[in-house]
Design a protein around this ligand. Structure first.
Ligand code: AMP
Length: 172
């Protein structure tokens, strides 16, 4: 199944020059959605990547990460934008094109040495996923891999990531 047919391309969103890969058209397709989650799970399992938790990055990482965790029979832990999580958090700051941003996770969400898989819908420059990996390291978790539905290869985001297996389904 070629997921490219279900992913919609929107030029100049959210700002001029960005070619947005819209997965809402994939998510609304019953066969496409099931195939996406099943394929990611199958690739992780085939690579022997057993985890205790799937870590989903706000917000499209939640949509992919939660059913993936269900399928892999792991827990799911959200990594969120600043100020969204109600209890004590660890946070990590990372560079954007202009300025910085922050990601947070609950301090009691993960035990040190937990095995974690980081999941998002798409990897572009790799900044978001790499910051999430730093957050996991700060807690003392063992990062076993990354999973993305889409990889924008020209941006070479995977070069920013630690040397663990990376599972992707569609490359542009
Ligand atoms: P990056 O940190 O540059 O790897 O950006 C990854 C994050 O930004 C992911 O959460 C994506 O959902 C979002 N993103 C970046 N570029 C695009 C794009 N061209 N289309 C859709 N989402 C994008």
């Amino acid at each position: 199944m070629d997921l490219r047919f279900l992913i919609r391309d929107i030029p100049d969103f959210p700002k001029p020059g960005i070619f947005f890969r819209d997965i809402t058209t994939l998510l609304r397709d019953p066969v496409g959605l099931r195939y996406t989650i099943d394929c990611l799970a199958q690739k992780f399992t085939a690579a022997g990547l057993n985890a205790d938790y799937v870590i989903g990055i706000e917000s499209r990482g939640f949509i992919i990460g939660a059913p993936l965790a269900y399928k892999l029979q792991t827990g799911f832990v959200p990594v969120r934008k600043p100020g969204k999580l109600p209890s004590l958090v660890y946070s990590v700051e990372y560079e954007l094109e202009y300025g910085t941003d922050r990601l947070e996770v609950h301090q009691d969400a993960l035990e040190p040495r937990s095995r974690v898989l980081i999941v998002d819908d798409l990897i572009a420059t790799g900044g978001t996923a790499s910051a999430t990996a730093k957050l996991m390291k700060q807690i003392g978790c063992e990062l076993v891999g990354f999973g993305f539905v889409i990889e924008l290869q020209d941006l070479q985001g995977r070069k920013q990531l630690p040397d663990v297996p990376i599972v992707t389904l569609v490359e542009y």
